[in-house]
Write a protein that binds this ligand. Structure first.
Ligand code: SRM
Ligand code: SF4
Length: 564
């Protein structure tokens, strides 16, 4: 494979126009900066602006408790700083031993709660500065890390969470892990700062072979889908691979580029975009293809304006044909024509099902990915107990749910017993709407949240469930996604119903995405409160009940009546 670009400098923009983040990266000594010193500073619970930026590359975000921000300001106290730590977990796969460690760290440092994310990993919140290092050491003891879980680099690699344990599934799982290993930055800084490794004195210049010293212009997201499941929402990834093959084996991948969700309310130059399928590659070209695509974004991405720096804008600014040509040139070959494929859903499978090798998986619905012990449902402890006896894997799903995978037939009863003893799954079955709902974290930890999401969606869902029940549609599977701001961390812009936060209690309402995640929805009301949201949904649900075609899904119906 050919990659003729000089990686040490950005070739596309004059230096005087680079954004401030580019300078911080360039002057960071490969992401070391002053982090080590900030950690020792006992006068503040936080870190400096530059360290906060750099620590993202280490998977760590400074936050403050927004529920008490105003009160602390009134008392002239600094914000109640804590840190969010995100684990790198390729394909969401985790062993019971790793689960037990995550559970322990959450109990010791993370406020007795674990958050499963929309990209199949764990987040710890509420970690104080003095305990970041012990948390990372704990993860390291079970071979987990947080490298590039955030930052301007290739983030956690996603992969379909519903393996039937066919050869195809296993090959895709292995390749997604290999690709994750291929794209993570070397980051000696991580091992020095968090794991106490000595810096080796050498006259040779440190290197980041894939990225160069200023990494990427912005975050970059990769996912693998195995049709017919599009649980990873492949069209929202910067770079997606759609597995082509059959149960006997994998042939290669259709390549998707340029997807992304984020937008800003006040900036029409930002928008959600569905990725384009640009061709097929045989499986042995996977790593080369990722190197080529990342190289194109590294060299042509916008380093002057961060809001325009994602790969989707590079594709639109340079043109799809140009970008495809650049990828092919770096690969030294043309992409083959796209192979046929089709998706039937972007949802998760909940409940027990058997896999090809005779073992069993159980998909557990975890509302908004939040795992903690609450009155009536001690989910954190239930999963800790399962991890103590389970001999298979845990698989975190792209819809914030969890699969306990690889259970022998004779062990099913003991898993069921643990769940019911802790009150998990003992209440009413979640409705078709709730099972297909996702909300981002938002308040109180997310600094960008304008409105509630995780804490509010369950309540709003109850109101929409009542509307659906009135029309005899309680079991109708409808995707609903809420984000506390337009950044779209719950991938709202492809949902059948979506809400994105505008201010306390106010949302933009979007309707008409598809149940396979291949169509953008459209805004039907902006900056509205609950009363208006429920009224608009009531009207559309009633029309749907009366006028839908046989088997037609809610989002498809809305898109059809919009067109006519
Ligand atoms: Fe996100 C920023 C949480 C998936 C688009 N996201 C953030 C931050 C880190 C806020 C910040 O910058 O300080 C949030 C931390 C909140 C907290 O307290 O935990 C945050 N994003 C999340 C998670 C935890 C949501 C969840 O509830 O699961 C997801 C973690 C994924 C992971 O494991 O890596 C999460 N974020 C996403 C997704 C979905 C996806 O990737 O599949 C998107 C939309 C896809 C995309 O990137 O286009 C997404 N997050 C953003 C953006 C907008 C980026 C853009 O360029 O458009 C921001 C803001 C930013 O980067 O400036 C953001
Ligand atoms: Fe925060 Fe906005 Fe992402 Fe929600 S969508 S987690 S509010 S950045």
């Amino acid at each position: 494979m050919t990659d003729t670009i000089d990686r040490s400098t950005d070739i596309s923009q004059p230096l005087d126009r680079l954004s401030a983040d580019e300078t911080i990266k360039a002057e960071s000594d490969y992401l070391r900066g002053q982090i080590r010193f900030d950690l020792l500073d006992r006068i503040t619970g936080g870190v400096t602006f530059e360290s906060n930026k750099l620590m993202k590359f280490h998977g760590i975000y400074q936050q403050d408790d927004r529920d008490i921000r105003d009160e602390r300001r009134r008392q002239k106290l600094e914000p109640a700083y804590t840190f969010m730590i995100r684990v790198r977990l390729p394909g969401g796969v985790c062993t019971p031993e790793q689960w037990l460690k995550v559970d322990e760290l959450a109990r010791v440092h993370g406020g007795d709660t674990i958050r499963l994310t929309t990209r199949q990993t764990f987040q710890f919140h509420w970690i104080i500065k003095e305990e970041i290092r012990s948390t990372i050491e704990g993860l390291h003891s079970v071979l987990l890390d947080t490298i590039a879980a955030c930052g301007d680099d290739a983030r956690g690699v996603m992969a379909t969470a519903y393996p039937t344990d066919s050869t195809l599934d296993r090959e895709v799982a292995e390749l997604s892990k290999a690709l994750s290993d291929h794209v993570i930055p070397r980051m000696n800084a991580y091992h020095e700062i968090w794991l106490g490794q000595e810096r080796i004195a050498t006259s040779e210049e440190e290197e980041e072979p894939l990225y160069g010293p200023t990494y990427l212009p912005r975050k970059f997201k990769i996912g693998f889908a195995i049709p017919p499941s599009n649980d990873v929402d492949i069209y929202t990834q910067d770079l997606g691979f759609i597995a082509i093959g059959d149960k006997i084996g994998l042939e290669g991948f259709n390549v998707v580029i340029g997807g992304g969700m984020g937008r800003a309310d006040n900036d029409p130059n930002t928008y959600p975009r569905l990725g384009n399928v640009i061709g097929f590659i045989p499986k042995n070209r996977l790593l080369d293809t990722a190197t080529a695509v990342i190289g194109v974004q590294r060299d042509y991405g916008n380093r002057a304006s961060r809001p325009r720096a994602r790969f989707k804008y590079t594709v639109d600014d340079k043109g799809l044909d140009f970008i495809k040509g650049e990828i092919e040139q770096r690969l030294g070959t043309l992409l083959e024509p796209t192979r046929p494929f089709s998706f039937d859903s972007n949802s998760d499978r909940i409940g027990w099902y058997q896999t090809d090798n005779g073992m069993w998986n159980i998909g557990l619905f975890i509302e908004n990915g939040r795992i903690s012990d609450r009155r009536g449902q001690r989910l954190l402890t239930a999963l800790q107990n399962i991890a103590s006896v389970h001999r298979g894997q845990f698989r975190l799903t792209p819809n914030q749910n969890l699969v306990v995978a690889g259970v022998a037939a004779e062990d099913r009863d003991s898993i069921d017993a643990i769940l019911s003893t802790h009150g998990v799954g003992t209440g009413a079955e979640p409705s078709g709407l709730r099972r297909n709902s996702m909300a981002c974290v938002a308040l109180p930890t997310c600094p960008l949240a304008m409105a509630e999401a995780e804490r509010y969606l369950p309540l709003l869902n109850s109101k929409i469930e009542a509307l659906l029940a009135d029309q005899g549609l309680s079991e109708e599977p409808i995707t609903i996604r809420m984000s506390g701001c337009p950044n779209g961390c719950s991938r709202p812009y492809i949902a059948e119903i979506a809400l994105t936060g505008r201010g306390p209690g106010r949302y933009d309402l979007w309707l008409g995405g598809s149940h396979v995640g291949d169509r953008l929805n459209r805004m039907v009301a902006d900056n509205v409160g609950e009363e208006r949201i429920v009224a608009i949904l009531a009207e559309n649900i009633s029309k749907f009940a009366k006028d839908r075609d046989s088997g037609e899904r809610f989002g498809d119906f809305l898109a059809r009546i919009e067109e006519t």
